[in-house]
Design a protein around this ligand. Sequence first.
Ligand code: ZN
Length: 269
Amino acid sequence: MVRAVEVRRRDVVVVEGGRGGERPLPLRNQGEYLLNAMKIESVERRGKQLALIGKGRGGERALIVHLGMSGQLFCVPPGDHLPEASHVHVMWRLDSGARLVFRDPRRFGGVWSLPGRAALAARWAELGPDALTIEAEELGKRLTGTKRAIKSALLDQSVLAGVGNIYADESLFLAGIAPAARASDLSAADVVRLAEAIHAVLNRAIAAGGSSLAGGSYVNADRKPGSYQRAHAVYGRSGEKCLMCSRTLRAAQISGRTTVWCPRCQVMP
Ligand SMILES: [Zn+2]
Protein backbone atom coordinates (compact mmCIF):
# COMPACT_ATOMS: atom_id res chain seq x y z
CA MET A 1 0.00 0.00 0.00
CA VAL A 2 1.33 3.45 -0.91
CA ARG A 3 0.99 5.84 2.03
CA ALA A 4 2.40 8.98 0.40
CA VAL A 5 4.16 10.09 -2.74
CA GLU A 6 6.78 12.81 -2.80
CA VAL A 7 7.51 14.41 -6.16
CA ARG A 8 10.67 16.47 -6.27
CA ARG A 9 10.80 17.00 -10.02
CA ARG A 10 7.53 17.14 -11.88
CA ASP A 11 9.10 17.02 -15.32
CA VAL A 12 10.18 13.38 -14.99
CA VAL A 13 6.52 12.35 -14.79
CA VAL A 14 4.24 12.25 -17.83
CA VAL A 15 0.50 11.64 -17.46
CA GLU A 16 -1.29 9.89 -20.29
CA GLY A 17 -4.90 10.98 -20.63
CA GLY A 18 -7.90 8.95 -21.72
CA ARG A 19 -7.37 9.58 -25.42
CA GLY A 20 -3.66 8.93 -25.44
CA GLY A 21 -2.70 12.58 -25.13
CA GLU A 22 0.27 13.24 -22.89
CA ARG A 23 0.64 16.08 -20.43
CA PRO A 24 2.94 16.97 -17.58
CA LEU A 25 2.04 15.98 -14.04
CA PRO A 26 -0.58 18.46 -12.73
CA LEU A 27 0.39 20.69 -9.81
CA ARG A 28 -2.49 19.49 -7.64
CA ASN A 29 -3.45 15.99 -6.52
CA GLN A 30 -0.22 14.54 -7.89
CA GLY A 31 -0.55 11.44 -5.74
CA GLU A 32 -3.62 10.17 -7.55
CA TYR A 33 -1.52 9.83 -10.72
CA LEU A 34 1.29 8.11 -8.83
CA LEU A 35 -0.49 5.31 -6.94
CA ASN A 36 -1.10 7.21 -3.71
CA ALA A 37 -3.49 5.28 -1.40
CA MET A 38 -3.35 2.36 -3.82
CA LYS A 39 -2.18 -1.18 -3.30
CA ILE A 40 0.60 -2.18 -5.67
CA GLU A 41 -0.95 -5.29 -7.17
CA SER A 42 1.83 -6.35 -9.46
CA VAL A 43 5.16 -5.39 -10.98
CA GLU A 44 5.57 -6.32 -14.61
CA ARG A 45 8.28 -5.99 -17.21
CA ARG A 46 8.44 -5.85 -20.98
CA GLY A 47 11.86 -5.34 -22.53
CA LYS A 48 13.53 -2.45 -20.77
CA GLN A 49 10.32 -1.07 -19.27
CA LEU A 50 8.99 -1.81 -15.82
CA ALA A 51 5.39 -1.26 -14.76
CA LEU A 52 3.76 -0.96 -11.35
CA ILE A 53 0.05 -1.71 -11.34
CA GLY A 54 -1.88 -0.06 -8.53
CA LYS A 55 -5.48 -0.46 -7.45
CA GLY A 56 -7.45 1.66 -5.04
CA ARG A 57 -10.86 3.20 -4.42
CA GLY A 58 -10.37 5.57 -7.32
CA GLY A 59 -9.76 2.70 -9.72
CA GLU A 60 -6.66 1.42 -11.40
CA ARG A 61 -3.42 3.07 -12.45
CA ALA A 62 -0.32 1.76 -14.21
CA LEU A 63 3.07 3.42 -13.90
CA ILE A 64 5.76 2.69 -16.44
CA VAL A 65 9.23 3.33 -15.10
CA HIS A 66 11.92 3.68 -17.72
CA LEU A 67 15.46 3.83 -16.37
CA GLY A 68 17.01 5.23 -19.56
CA MET A 69 20.80 5.58 -19.32
CA SER A 70 21.24 6.44 -15.69
CA GLY A 71 17.96 5.82 -13.86
CA GLN A 72 17.65 3.79 -10.67
CA LEU A 73 14.61 2.30 -8.99
CA PHE A 74 15.42 0.90 -5.59
CA CYS A 75 13.95 0.16 -2.22
CA VAL A 76 15.14 1.72 1.05
CA PRO A 77 14.26 -0.57 4.00
CA PRO A 78 12.33 0.90 6.95
CA GLY A 79 14.56 3.01 9.20
CA ASP A 80 17.44 3.25 6.70
CA HIS A 81 18.71 6.60 5.50
CA LEU A 82 18.24 7.58 1.89
CA PRO A 83 21.75 6.88 0.53
CA GLU A 84 21.95 9.57 -2.15
CA ALA A 85 19.39 12.32 -1.80
CA SER A 86 20.56 14.15 -4.90
CA HIS A 87 18.73 13.42 -8.17
CA VAL A 88 15.89 11.68 -6.34
CA HIS A 89 12.83 12.68 -8.34
CA VAL A 90 9.97 10.57 -6.98
CA MET A 91 9.67 8.70 -3.69
CA TRP A 92 6.85 6.36 -2.67
CA ARG A 93 6.36 5.71 1.06
CA LEU A 94 4.90 2.27 1.63
CA ASP A 95 2.91 1.22 4.68
CA SER A 96 5.72 -1.19 5.62
CA GLY A 97 7.88 1.89 6.27
CA ALA A 98 10.01 1.14 3.21
CA ARG A 99 10.52 3.71 0.50
CA LEU A 100 10.62 3.08 -3.21
CA VAL A 101 12.91 5.61 -4.87
CA PHE A 102 13.25 6.75 -8.47
CA ARG A 103 16.57 8.49 -8.96
CA ASP A 104 18.02 9.60 -12.29
CA PRO A 105 21.06 11.91 -12.48
CA ARG A 106 20.94 12.40 -16.27
CA ARG A 107 17.15 12.28 -16.59
CA PHE A 108 16.94 10.19 -19.77
CA GLY A 109 14.48 7.96 -17.92
CA GLY A 110 11.12 8.85 -16.47
CA VAL A 111 7.75 7.76 -15.14
CA TRP A 112 4.64 7.45 -17.32
CA SER A 113 1.28 7.37 -15.58
CA LEU A 114 -1.41 5.49 -17.51
CA PRO A 115 -5.12 5.07 -16.66
CA GLY A 116 -4.82 1.30 -16.08
CA ARG A 117 -3.98 -2.13 -17.43
CA ALA A 118 -5.73 -1.62 -20.78
CA ALA A 119 -3.70 1.52 -21.49
CA LEU A 120 -0.53 -0.33 -20.48
CA ALA A 121 -1.35 -3.20 -22.84
CA ALA A 122 -1.94 -0.70 -25.68
CA ARG A 123 1.40 0.97 -24.95
CA TRP A 124 3.27 -2.31 -24.79
CA ALA A 125 1.68 -3.52 -28.02
CA GLU A 126 4.10 -1.12 -29.73
CA LEU A 127 7.00 -3.16 -28.40
CA GLY A 128 8.27 -6.33 -30.02
CA PRO A 129 8.40 -9.66 -28.17
CA ASP A 130 10.59 -9.79 -25.09
CA ALA A 131 14.22 -10.56 -25.92
CA LEU A 132 14.56 -13.04 -23.05
CA THR A 133 11.95 -15.38 -24.47
CA ILE A 134 11.76 -14.64 -28.22
CA GLU A 135 12.14 -17.79 -30.30
CA ALA A 136 14.39 -18.04 -33.34
CA GLU A 137 11.46 -18.47 -35.71
CA GLU A 138 9.78 -15.28 -34.50
CA LEU A 139 13.08 -13.37 -34.54
CA GLY A 140 13.71 -14.57 -38.10
CA LYS A 141 10.28 -13.32 -39.24
CA ARG A 142 10.98 -9.92 -37.76
CA LEU A 143 14.39 -9.64 -39.42
CA THR A 144 13.63 -10.85 -42.96
CA GLY A 145 11.79 -7.67 -43.88
CA THR A 146 14.53 -5.26 -42.90
CA LYS A 147 17.65 -4.35 -44.84
CA ARG A 148 19.07 -2.39 -41.94
CA ALA A 149 22.27 -3.46 -40.22
CA ILE A 150 21.53 -6.27 -37.77
CA LYS A 151 22.88 -4.09 -34.95
CA SER A 152 20.28 -1.37 -35.76
CA ALA A 153 17.48 -3.96 -35.93
CA LEU A 154 18.43 -5.38 -32.53
CA LEU A 155 18.31 -1.91 -30.95
CA ASP A 156 14.84 -1.25 -32.39
CA GLN A 157 12.48 -2.03 -29.49
CA SER A 158 9.58 -2.63 -31.89
CA VAL A 159 11.52 -5.55 -33.42
CA LEU A 160 12.31 -7.11 -30.06
CA ALA A 161 12.21 -5.50 -26.65
CA GLY A 162 15.01 -5.56 -24.15
CA VAL A 163 18.31 -5.41 -26.04
CA GLY A 164 20.32 -2.22 -25.63
CA ASN A 165 23.72 -1.22 -26.94
CA ILE A 166 25.84 -3.36 -24.61
CA TYR A 167 23.87 -6.56 -25.05
CA ALA A 168 23.50 -6.11 -28.83
CA ASP A 169 27.29 -6.02 -29.22
CA GLU A 170 27.84 -8.93 -26.83
CA SER A 171 25.15 -11.08 -28.52
CA LEU A 172 26.50 -10.44 -32.03
CA PHE A 173 30.01 -11.38 -30.87
CA LEU A 174 28.76 -14.60 -29.28
CA ALA A 175 26.80 -15.44 -32.45
CA GLY A 176 29.80 -14.63 -34.70
CA ILE A 177 27.81 -12.14 -36.81
CA ALA A 178 29.24 -8.82 -38.02
CA PRO A 179 27.15 -5.92 -36.66
CA ALA A 180 26.99 -4.25 -40.09
CA ALA A 181 25.50 -7.36 -41.74
CA ARG A 182 22.11 -6.75 -43.36
CA ALA A 183 19.43 -8.20 -41.12
CA SER A 184 17.63 -9.73 -44.11
CA ASP A 185 20.83 -11.53 -45.21
CA LEU A 186 21.01 -13.71 -42.09
CA SER A 187 20.46 -17.42 -42.74
CA ALA A 188 18.09 -19.51 -40.62
CA ALA A 189 21.15 -20.96 -38.86
CA ASP A 190 22.48 -17.43 -38.15
CA VAL A 191 19.14 -16.47 -36.60
CA VAL A 192 19.09 -19.58 -34.40
CA ARG A 193 22.63 -18.77 -33.18
CA LEU A 194 21.66 -15.15 -32.63
CA ALA A 195 18.53 -15.98 -30.62
CA GLU A 196 20.56 -18.38 -28.46
CA ALA A 197 23.28 -15.76 -28.01
CA ILE A 198 20.74 -13.09 -26.94
CA HIS A 199 19.21 -15.44 -24.37
CA ALA A 200 22.63 -16.50 -23.06
CA VAL A 201 23.97 -12.95 -22.78
CA LEU A 202 20.84 -11.59 -21.08
CA ASN A 203 20.62 -14.51 -18.66
CA ARG A 204 24.29 -14.20 -17.70
CA ALA A 205 23.91 -10.43 -17.30
CA ILE A 206 20.87 -10.90 -15.06
CA ALA A 207 22.69 -13.52 -12.97
CA ALA A 208 25.58 -11.05 -12.55
CA GLY A 209 23.17 -8.27 -11.52
CA GLY A 210 23.55 -6.28 -14.76
CA SER A 211 26.34 -4.04 -16.02
CA SER A 212 27.49 -1.06 -13.95
CA LEU A 213 29.80 1.06 -16.08
CA ALA A 214 32.43 3.50 -14.90
CA GLY A 215 30.78 6.91 -14.73
CA GLY A 216 27.36 5.25 -14.89
CA SER A 217 25.01 4.67 -12.04
CA TYR A 218 23.19 1.38 -12.62
CA VAL A 219 22.14 -0.40 -9.44
CA ASN A 220 19.58 -3.14 -8.97
CA ALA A 221 16.49 -2.90 -6.74
CA ASP A 222 18.62 -3.67 -3.66
CA ARG A 223 20.92 -0.77 -4.60
CA LYS A 224 23.77 -3.12 -5.49
CA PRO A 225 25.85 -2.53 -8.63
CA GLY A 226 26.09 -5.36 -11.16
CA SER A 227 29.28 -7.14 -12.16
CA TYR A 228 28.59 -8.18 -15.75
CA GLN A 229 30.77 -5.33 -17.07
CA ARG A 230 33.77 -7.51 -16.11
CA ALA A 231 32.52 -10.21 -18.46
CA HIS A 232 32.05 -7.97 -21.51
CA ALA A 233 33.84 -9.58 -24.46
CA VAL A 234 33.60 -6.61 -26.84
CA TYR A 235 31.60 -3.70 -25.39
CA GLY A 236 33.97 -0.99 -24.14
CA ARG A 237 37.02 -2.93 -25.40
CA SER A 238 37.70 -1.20 -28.73
CA GLY A 239 41.44 -1.37 -29.57
CA GLU A 240 41.98 -4.25 -27.16
CA LYS A 241 42.58 -7.85 -28.21
CA CYS A 242 39.75 -10.27 -28.95
CA LEU A 243 39.45 -12.80 -26.14
CA MET A 244 38.96 -15.59 -28.70
CA CYS A 245 41.50 -14.86 -31.46
CA SER A 246 43.68 -11.93 -30.20
CA ARG A 247 42.82 -9.75 -33.21
CA THR A 248 42.40 -6.06 -32.33
CA LEU A 249 38.71 -5.22 -31.78
CA ARG A 250 37.31 -2.47 -34.01
CA ALA A 251 34.73 0.23 -33.34
CA ALA A 252 32.35 2.21 -35.54
CA GLN A 253 29.08 4.09 -35.21
CA ILE A 254 25.95 2.18 -36.18
CA SER A 255 22.58 3.90 -35.60
CA GLY A 256 24.51 6.58 -33.75
CA ARG A 257 25.75 4.09 -31.17
CA THR A 258 29.34 3.00 -30.68
CA THR A 259 29.63 -0.58 -31.88
CA VAL A 260 32.59 -2.85 -31.11
CA TRP A 261 33.32 -6.13 -32.87
CA CYS A 262 36.04 -8.59 -33.82
CA PRO A 263 36.78 -8.46 -37.55
CA ARG A 264 37.89 -12.12 -37.51
CA CYS A 265 35.34 -13.86 -35.25
CA GLN A 266 32.34 -11.95 -36.59
CA VAL A 267 31.58 -12.46 -40.27
CA MET A 268 29.16 -11.15 -42.87
CA PRO A 269 26.59 -13.81 -43.79
ZN1 ZN B 1 38.16 -12.63 -32.51
